[in-house]
Design a protein around this ligand. Sequence first.
Ligand code: GRF
Length: 208
Amino acid sequence: MLKILVCVSGGGTNLQAIIDSVNQGAITDTEIVRVISNNKNAYALERAKKAGIPAVCVSPKDYADREQFNEAFLKAVDEAAPDLIVLAGFLVVIPVQLIRRYENRIINIHPSLIPSFCGTGYYGLKVHEGVLARGVKITGATVHFVDEGTDTGPIIMQKAVAVQEDDTPEVLQRRVMEEAEWIILPWCINLIACGKVTVADGKVHISE
Ligand code: GRF
């Protein structure tokens, strides 16, 4: 049984896709043991509650400095003893100690085709604003392992999504979620639960 911890900041539609996939059996042999939000008003917390998943808020705002927050965050993660940490729209920079402790056991969903429109400053709607400003015709989403850089870890899976002429950042964001994020994130978790994902030389191999 793969024990996963999901970190969220907002609406939690990716969390919902994971919950639904576990319930429907599309993600096998997996239990969501805890949800952590950095935002006490995140609707994602409500979704966790409705699904009966233990959820906690650990917010930088409640700590005197970053070090104290990092300590509390690490504690909240370690208590859950997860096999895999899933960043599903988590807007906080992960403490480096955590990245080292959970090497190749933290995954993130990014709403573009990495290495385009990623890195510092590219989060949330800003990604889709960048896509529209550049006029690219294809965007998408990427699931990758988290390393010490921003969006630089080994890529597990990507899915392309067409950009339409009259897209707004909001409309495009929704399409990328529906056509890519909600599909590939649960899919990757299932592949990991099935033991099919390995990393070597910074690249991911998925076995049959
Ligand atoms: C998603 O677009 C995700 O890729 C991004 O933040 C958004 C989170 O949405 N990093 P939700 O909270 O899962 O609804």
